[in-house]
Design a protein around this ligand. Sequence first.
Ligand SMILES: C[S@@+](CC[C@H](N)C(=O)[O-])C[C@H]1O[C@@H](n2cnc3c(N)ncnc32)[C@H](O)[C@@H]1O
Length: 216
Amino acid sequence: MTLSTTLIAVLILAALGVLGWRLASRRQRLPCPVWLRWLVEFDNPFTRMNRAAEIVATLDLTPGMTVLDAGCGPGRLTVPLARGVGSTGRVLALDLQPGMLARARAKTEAAGLSNVDFLEAALGDGRLPTHGFDRAVLVTVLGEIPNREAALAELYRALKPGGLLAVVEVIFDPHFQPRGTVTRLATAAGFSERACFGHRLAYILQFVKAGSGNAA
Ligand SMILES: C[S@@+](CC[C@H](N)C(=O)[O-])C[C@H]1O[C@@H](n2cnc3c(N)ncnc32)[C@H](O)[C@@H]1O
């Protein structure tokens, strides 16, 4: 076997693995493993819309706000979100994997932040408070959730009236969700689309919950 055939075989196997993971995630929980967290934490220069600073800048955060980091992973966004709402605001970092939460907690402690709470839970299982948040972010998480409808319904309930949800998707993620799918699911949950940044392969899609509030 030549080097190029070996390389092609490896690429095909990797592509099949990614496809299998994506399809299996439709039926059961197969989240991004904790050992791959370094990949999640990497602010890839080719996916500007997935950079933590870029996402946080679109949220119009003000001091005192409450923010949900849904599927926080290793806390890539948790720290800038907590800084954005200041000492009078709070961030809830939620993830179903204790290893991810431990990494997020270590990061917030290293940053000297005390306005972050952590919750080990699966989005969609109904553990979030009603009308608890001004903002929610769901960054490269939606495709990992088998019941995406339940997850979006819970986000809708958890936001305050007028609250804002930002969904981020990038094509490099094995669980990438096309914009049309995200809009369809979010609209069915009751959200209205507010804005879109980026393009169809890497985007930040913002939705608002009906009612008066500080989203617009
Ligand atoms: C690709 S990582 C993204 C992490 C983070 N949002 C970021 O962009 O840096 C996806 C994360 O979502 C979490 N996750 C997947 N399904 C979830 C669910 N139903 N509820 C909460 N977290 C979930 C995984 O454990 C993983 O940490």
